[in-house]
Design a protein around this ligand. Sequence first.
Ligand SMILES: NC(=O)c1ccc[n+]([C@@H]2O[C@H](COP(=O)([O-])OP(=O)(O)OC[C@H]3O[C@@H](n4cnc5c(N)ncnc54)[C@H](OP(=O)(O)O)[C@@H]3O)[C@@H](O)[C@H]2O)c1
Length: 249
Amino acid sequence: MKTVLITGCSSGFGLEIASYFLQRDWQVIATMRTPRSDLLPDSPRLRILPLDVTSDTSIAAAIAEAGPIDVLVNNAGIGALAAVEAQPMAQVREIFDTNTLGSIAMTQAVIPQMRQRGAGVIVNVTSSVTLRSLPLLAVYTASKAAVNAFTESVALELASVGVQARLVLPGRAPQTRFAENARPRMEGAIPDAYGALAAEVFSNFQDHSQITHASDVAEAVWRAATEAGAPMRIAAGEDAVEWMRSASA
Ligand SMILES: NC(=O)c1ccc[n+]([C@@H]2O[C@H](COP(=O)([O-])OP(=O)(O)OC[C@H]3O[C@@H](n4cnc5c(N)ncnc54)[C@H](OP(=O)(O)O)[C@@H]3O)[C@@H](O)[C@H]2O)c1
């Protein structure tokens, strides 16, 4: 029986990915900053471990406790809609620390065991905003584009030791806790000069004709984890698929 470890399982995509793999008889290690046992169904195949991807100590403890891992899903992430000039550097660092360095640190932590077994898959969840830029998301986009570049390069070195790395690029998913979790970071983030631009962005966000659902992301992660010939980049969600098609046209 194979084992998947997923970061950021307390809500949204991470929770759905954990549930999707559990339903398909995998052993699931659902990690959360604040572990909760009431979010996923009880199962002898489920373990919930504490993990903050910005802490080396927390990563080392989780990896030691987890044991052998066949698939790592770097899903934990944070964002903020903000004008760059109003975004404190502490926040810029926090976003990169979580999204970019967190994914790199977790990848580093699992490589030795995967290399020794000559098998394993690392799936990094980034975003369709790296395919088509949106205003007021420069720092978030940069943090995710760096993970795209990291993944595509590290995949080349890991292939030589039998390990794969893949990307899943979700579109906009208003049903997760992403926007709500971002809100405290957005205080004072839109100076008056960008008010009209922000109003336009927020108005476009009201259009729910093409959005991404957590189930789209779980399916894409499943493909990335289990399909031998899966592409390096898998778009997840109707909007992301459309953006990827137009980006490559
Ligand atoms: N929603 C979208 O529109 C969208 C679109 C494209 C890509 N994405 C990406 O998809 C991923 C999941 O987002 P989501 O929409 O499911 O948002 P979400 O509901 O806010 O989930 C994010 C998860 O990441 C966790 N997290 C945050 N900081 C962490 C840290 N330092 N260590 C460990 N876990 C941490 C959160 O845990 P806490 O509960 O402890 O905060 C939460 O479980 C993110 O990487 C996001 O950038 C989202």
